[in-house]
Design a protein around this ligand. Structure first.
Ligand code: NAD
Length: 334
């Protein structure tokens, strides 16, 4: 019997790459679709050359997607592709609506027409908005705060509407903040590591009191694999570690690991609409599917810092591209 294929969108991104690594290790046949935006990078997939099929394509371009589905006939779709940086969504929400909402709609329609047997949609804990007390469960209201989380919330609801309306076999996964190797250095943890390694000021929004539940990328990818194997169509699963930390404490721990002074920390004006706290109840995936995060924050953070030390050149190139990008944005705005 022919082995079934899994189509992974956004596989050249941070979490998608880790999913590809684990799935290839398990001998799964993968088709990766990624449009290689500024956040995508084939360097992340180099070690899987010859082991996966790769297509450079935009998930919002239906004719190209149909061509790929005809050629590869995937049995399941894992949907990671998205515009993912909150700060960029504040400066311009257009690309977020285009990819996260319209792109998801096109992917859903093509996947439905080709009758895939599973569609795993990667949503986020940010769809629950600020959680000042307690923890969000899968049935908590969806009240996104940023244009990024609003676009993810729209996609999340769209996927769930396909389950209810068409009986489409989709499952939604809502992970908390990820960290680990290969994360693009515009996200909090790699920014802190990169700046500290270069003895530059480390920017911290407001007083750094925002609290996130940090999840190691290997644990997140493993949760998605678990949901693929054992998840129930129509359900949503929160995925988190229980490791809640304030930004300021995370930054200080990174400086301590690197032996750098806390005086590098520089408090900057807060992000507009910044959610203070996200926190998930992840007992559903634990009790029903037997998944639990395995990597402690201290172990994961040390591994991450070490990776950025070893891959300083990759990170420096990305940081330079970012500087160029933001300088152009500010010239345009002034
Ligand atoms: N990183 C986190 O902390 C986190 C937490 C919760 C949920 N998520 C979700 O997980 C998913 C992956 O996040 P990530 O951090 O790996 O993102 P990322 O920004 O590192 O990667 C996104 C990938 O999607 C690709 N892509 C973007 N637009 C595309 C399009 N139109 N067509 C095809 N490919 C496109 C990019 O090229 C890139 O490879 C996203 O859906 C994100 O919302 C991320």
């Amino acid at each position: 019997m022919k082995k079934r294929k899994i189509l992974v969108t956004g596989g050249a991104g941070f979490i998608g790459r880790e999913f590809v690594r684990q799935a290839v290790k398990e001998g799964k046949k993968l088709v990766v679709v990624d449009s290689l935006t500024y956040a995508g990078d084939m360097a992340r997939l180099k070690e899987f050359e010859g082991k996966i099929e790769f297509f450079k394509a935009d998930i919002g371009h239906a004719p190209k997607l149909i061509e790929i589905f005809k050629k590869t006939r995937p049995d399941a779709v894992i949907h990671f592709a998205a515009e993912t940086h909150v700060d960029r969504s504040i400066l311009g929400s257009g690309p977020f609506i285009k990819t996260n909402v319209e792109g998801t709609q096109v992917l859903l329609d093509v996947s439905k027409n080709f009758e895939v047997s599973r569609f795993i949609h990667i949503s986020t804990d940010e769809v629950y908005g600020d959680v000042l007390k307690g923890r969000s469960i899968e049935d908590s209201p969806i009240v996104a705060s940023s244009p990024y989380s609003a676009s993810k919330a729209a996609a999340d609801l769209l996927v769930r509407s396909y389950v209810r309306t068409f009986g489409f076999p989709a499952i939604v996964v809502r992970p908390s903040n990820n960290y680990g190797p290969w994360q693009y250095p515009e996200k909090f943890i790699p920014v802190v590591i990169h700046k500290a390694l270069n003895n530059e000021h480390v920017p911290i929004y407001a007083q750094g009191l925002n609290e996130r539940e940090w999840l190691f990328v290997g644990d997140c990818a493993n949760a998605v694999l678990t949901v693929l194997k054992k998840g129930k169509p129509g359900e949503a699963y929160n995925v988190s570690s229980g490791d809640s930390k304030k930004n300021i404490d995370v930054a200080k721990r990174i400086l301590d690991i690197l032996g750098k002074p806390h005086s590098l920390l520089t408090f900057v004006k807060d992000r507009p609409g910044h959610d203070l706290r996200y926190a998930l109840h992840s007992s559903k995936i634990k009790n029903q599917l037997g998944w639990e995060a395995e990597t402690s924050f201290s172990k994961g953070l040390e591994e991450t810092v070490l990776w950025y030390q070893k891959n300083a050149l990759w990170c420096a190139r990305k940081a330079l591209a970012l500087k160029h990008h933001w300088s152009k944005v500010y010239i345009k705005k002034s």
